[in-house]
Write a new protein. Sequence first.
Length: 616
Amino acid sequence: MRSWCLKGLTSSAYLGALSALVLLLLLASGCRSLDATQVKTASEFTFVNEQLAPEPASLITASAQKVKLAQDYLAVTANPYATAAATKILVEGGSAIDAAIAAQMVLGLVEPQSSGLGGGGFLLFWDAKSQQLSSYDGRETAPLGADESLFLNAGDGQPMGFVEALIGGRSVGVPGMVHMLGRAHNNHGVMEWPLLFDEAIELAENGFIVSERLSTLIKKVPALQARPQIARYLYPDGQGLLQGSLLKNKDYALSLKALAAGGPKVFYFGDIVDAMVAVVVDDSNPGQLSVRDFSQYQSVMRTPVCKLIFAYRFCGMGPPSSGATTVLSILAMLESLGIESHHNPSLVGTGVAGDAVLAHAFIEASRLAFADRNKYVADPDFVGVPVAGLLATDYLSQRASMIDLARRNELMPSGSPSAVDTDDFMTGLSLELPSTTHLTIMDATGNIVSMTNSIETAFGSRLMSGGFILNNQLTDFSFAPMDVSGQKIANRVQGGKRPLSSMSPMIVFDAQNQPVLAVGSPGGRSIISYVARVLYEVLVLGQSLPQSVAASHVVEAGNKVRVESAASKDTVKTLGDMGHELDVREQTSGIHAIYKTSLGWQGVADPRREGAAAGQ
Ligand code: GLU
């Protein structure tokens, strides 16, 4: 046992990424002497995180429209080109899903580092006419031929290093986004499918202007020349693309034309599939994707996960996303604590990061919610995730009672929710690096889309096919199939399984069951903290949406708490006195939200990225 711990920790950057939770687990299981080598591996995590997902936000001068008040329709996406594509469709009478598809096709071109045809995601759709909320799961699946040895070294059976796992075909799951969008369009589309691709095809053929964010990421993200196709695209003539250059993508235009003409099935049968499979299996770090994996892929309509908290009904995406269960747990624990009554009235308007008591409660509730999330949430088609038990009000009140409002608890263990019908629940960890994109769109009839899509880390697996980048979503599985006691981890790799996600598209309803707020963000596991904070500040503390989105994040990050430099000095000091280890650094959230105010609907794009809000 002991040698497993030490070997695992010292042999791979991936295990270097284990958070305090697992370090505590390892300590508890006999790995007691953390030597200098192990400390080095912990810093390797920071290295891996910063190198693969650098945070260029401070370099970005936001020029796009960030806040828009509208009466009829609104679109908030991660890029002005995509927002324009969405509003064009809305003006022409398209539904929110039509606009979301048009915007997403553009995002795959202008923000290729974050999402695209080669990735997957989750979508919530509010149908204003039928008053129904639907949720769509377009998460990637592991190849049917994959098993729990996927990310283990052949020689010693230990988890491989993260970069080794990431780059190449091994990390690529079956992309689910196109299937999900096709299904949602069937159910909620108004415009003809082919018309939704015009804007993206036009931009791909005639070129778009490379943004500051894209060019910065091309400079900073490593291994972008690790494979010839991506090198040719992003480093033409050996030079990384510069901001302001005109970039065309003829291959992407061809893929879009095929998809427009043939419908979503061309992405799961035929030439486009053959090309993706060849790129993955012929790679020097090959994956096991097959034509059959594509033909069998199905997006899934799942029951949205909702809970009444603070007199609102908060709804989100259930497993395999941990978004809804974790965000709702945090909010329900805060409600149970009645913590807003502890809020210093002289600090009203400052939000969580401006009030140490609130920030502390938020962090401790987050730690409890994450402990359960890491243990119990995985693909529900493989594991009996106890969603109702995890969200039961009594259970969460009892969990919240563990919070000491004066100081940080040393340990925040997972709980024992009711209705656990499998013993497949051992805490696992996966390294979710921040890339991803979130868009929120409302059409003139009041339908709303809240959708998060991702190719996982920035520029995914580095493999390109058909002008788009293939995801590395399989690295969201736990590399280790078993925990230190030899029991199976719920989020281990299995053929056909979807990896655990943190993506948290949400829509919130008032007492009349009418939508009041829709939100989501990129950010890996930090998404959960970003979204929960904004929901709490806007709906419970009464902050304005623009103020809350721009305010300092407070992020539960294992043994540390991340806050931004805008956090109040008093908060930072008091949190330190309470026993929290603070890591002050800027975050690259991309919160794109809409909120119903007394003056109309307000759309807000996160000032940390290049997104834009537009509407009428
Ligand atoms: N792969 C991550 C997840 O599914 C998303 C990464 C990100 O948000 O940047 O939660």
